[in-house]
Write a protein that binds this ligand. Structure first.
Ligand code: ATP
Ligand code: MG
Length: 614
């Protein structure tokens, strides 16, 4: 049982926690002979000891005089070498038709984009936004802006006008790259409210005239000099502004620097096991940090071919992409994996997925069943990894050559020290004289913390210096997530500090309950919250979405309650189960438990700018 007894004495809520909920999930060992290529992290312990960020930085070119620029490392250095004609980005259209950009073409296009920003008078450090689907213009704008030395801020193209206004205003956007359609539908009404916005450049205009107040991006690009001008950005210069997913509240603007590319490169090597001949597909949209860090920067830093699907999720289409485009490394999210599971193993069996070598997932806890499903249906177990917008890169991961303990996030990547910090009854980290109290013992829950100093650490929340400062104590960054570390150093996610449930003296992480309910064949998705109860303080309530072919009803409710009780015990199992056709999720696919709770209690919903609207 992972719950902790809150009735123990003392100011802190520490109590014995033992093994994960009676897990029927055996460790997935990896037989060395079955791997098609030698994993980059073939000896975890040895590489952790020998790794240094200085050495990792030496894997990149750098700029003369100690400078560093993400676009140079991801594009220009490949365009100047033997990989110049390799496809950098392969865009997949509706009918699986593809448009390719080689490293040379990408270098040329981003040179022009950077020079165009000069022509427009955009200064280094100013913010260039993009509100555009996953089309070439988005990637050229991102890398061209980084090359130029201004700061790139992607917006998810399905945002409505208000979230767009908020972010442009917070970020003091001076330029926006979008399309005529998105501009007319979403920006015209808010343009006046963003006085800093000097330039709106529209892509994919075709033969029509660009909307009033905008410029056809192709025109200034065509007029811009094609010359390659190297700009001297420093490792600590701001490069990216990324808004968080807004799962727990109003999204925060996390600022990242050019030096982050060192972490993107190193973590893609070790946690995603990228090799230079891989065909890699990250399914995340660059509107979220995964889609930028691992959909643009990391794969291109390795000079691989990165697949960009311009379409939306569709199980058969996704399998077809993996098959036809020969995807070898696939990075996706639990919500997508659960949708693939829902589509059934028979569908997967129709496709040849044999080129797939490594599958990874991020964004939400990955339930053990999904890991095991990957092994049997995709032929590869799914490697969960953990990180945040704030950390900029993968921090904790399951690695290609390591066994997987299903349900665990894995172990810290080389160069990262992770720890568990004691929390008080309100789930706040215990800090004495500025120093957080680290828990040495294994299997005790607390706040997941990271030792500061990794290259992709965020450098601020835009306009919120106080909030930024509060996330650090001593040498540690405090993540806001609760976790525990087992005796062998594997980390297990418990829940966000905001989401944990206190029931009859127990501390319950929603993930533990959700994972167990997800084992039941009827269950497709679950969100678990605590609801107030006069006796227990809170009781556990689960909102359950069903797989096709299963009917909601009293019978199923009792069955699920019985299953949860058997697996979790009465103290932790949900008391109430409510069937729901759709759980509220962020547009990046995370279940918004705070919204389930607000709705349950009839409270205001708060910021819903990132809520997925179906
Ligand atoms: P906000 O900070 O605005 O509430 P958010 O935390 O969801 O939104 P992101 O930075 O996109 O924004 O998400 C990071 C969070 O996602 C982590 O702090 C963690 O709670 C969750 N997460 C990411 N990966 C995993 C994982 N492998 N297992 C469990 N949780 C994960
Ligand atoms: Mg967060």
């Amino acid at each position: 049982m992972t719950s902790r007894d809150l009735r123990s004495p003392g100011t802190t809520a520490e109590v014995g926690v033992s093994a994960p909920a009676a897990a029927p999930w055996p460790v997935i060992a990896k037989a060395p002979g079955t791997r098609p290529v030698r994993p980059n992290l073939d000896d975890y312990d040895r590489i952790r000891v020998t790794f240094s960020w200085e050495d990792a930085a030496r894997e990149l070119d750098g700029l003369p005089g100690g400078g560093l620029n993400i676009a140079h490392e991801t594009v220009d250095r490949h365009a100047a070498g033997p990989r110049r004609d390799v496809v950098a980005l392969r865009f997949v259209g509706t009918d699986l038709d593809v448009v390719d950009l080689t490293y040379t073409q990408l270098a040329d296009a981003t040179d022009r984009f950077a020079n165009m920003l000069d022509d427009l008078g955009v200064r280094s450090g100013e913010r260039v936004f993009a509100l555009v689907g996953r089309i070439p213009a988005l990637y050229i704008a991102a890398l061209g802006t980084l090359k130029h030395g201004s700061v790139f801020c992607p917006l998810f193209s399905a945002f409505g006008p208000e979230p767009i206004r908020q972010r442009l205003a917070i970020g003091d956007g001076v330029a926006l790259v979008t399309t005529p359609r998105l501009y007319e539908r979403k920006v015209t009404g808010i343009r006046e409210a963003v006085p800093t916005l000097r330039h709106v450049l529209v892509a994919d205009v075709g033969d029509a005239a660009p909307p009033e107040g905008t410029v056809d991006l192709d025109r200034p690009l065509a007029n811009a000099s094609p010359a390659h001008r190297r700009r001297a950005t420093a490792p600590d210069d701001l490069a990216l502004l990324h808004f968080t997913s807004g799962t727990t509240g109003t999204p925060k603007g996390a600022m990242h620097v050019h030096g982050a590319v060192v972490a993107h490169h190193a973590t893609a090597r070790y946690a995603l096991d990228l090799h230079s001949d891989d065909v890699y597909w990250c399914t995340a949209d660059p509107g979220w940090v995964t889609g930028t860090s691992y959909g643009i920067v990391a794969p291109l830093a390795h000079g691989v071919t990165s697949i960009v699907d311009t379409g939306e999720f569709d199980a058969a289409r996704w399998y077809r992409i993996v098959e036809r485009l020969g995807v070898t490394v696939w990075y996706t999210a639990p919500t997508a994996i659960r949708r693939l599971m829902r589509a059934g193993a028979d569908l997967a069996a129709e496709f040849d997925l044999s080129r797939l070598r490594f599958v990874a997932s991020v964004g939400e806890p990955l339930n053990p069943e999904a890991v095991v499903w990957g092994a049997s249906v995709l032929g590869r177990p799914i490697h969960d990894n953990w990180w945040q917008t704030e950390t900029g890169a993968i921090m904790i991961a399951n690695f290609a050559a390591s066994p997987i303990r299903p349900g665990s996030m894995g172990r810290p990547v080389p160069g990262i020290d992770a720890a568990v910090v004691r929390v008080d009854r309100d789930m706040r980290p215990v800090i004495t004289d500025g120093v957080p109290e680290l828990i040495d013992a294994s299997d005790v829950e607390g706040m997941l913390a990271l030792r500061v100093g990794w290259p992709s650490m965020f450098r601020g929340y835009l306009h919120e210096p106080g909030r930024y400062a509060r996330t650090f104590a001593g040498d540690w960054y405090l993540s806001g997530d609760l976790a525990r570390r087992d005796a062998d150093g594997w980390f297990w996610f418990v829940g966000r500090a905001d989401d944990v449930i206190k029931s009859a003296g127990h501390l319950i992480g929603p993930f533990e309950v959700e994972s167990v309910l997800l084992e039941h064949p009827a269950v497709a998705e679950v969100g678990v919250i605590g609801t107030p109860d006069p006796l227990a303080g809170e009781i556990v309530k689960a909102f359950v979405a069903l797989n096709p072919g299963h009917e909601p009803g009293r019978q199923l409710q009792l069955e699920l309650l019985g299953h949860a009780r058997r697996r979790l015990g009465a103290a932790v199992a949900p008391r109430v189960i409510e069937f729901s056709t759709d759980l509220p999720k962020t547009r990046s696919g995370k279940i918004m438990r705070r919204l389930l709770k607000a709705r349950e209690l009839g409270l205001p919903e708060g910021d819903t700018s990132t809520l997925e609207r179906l």
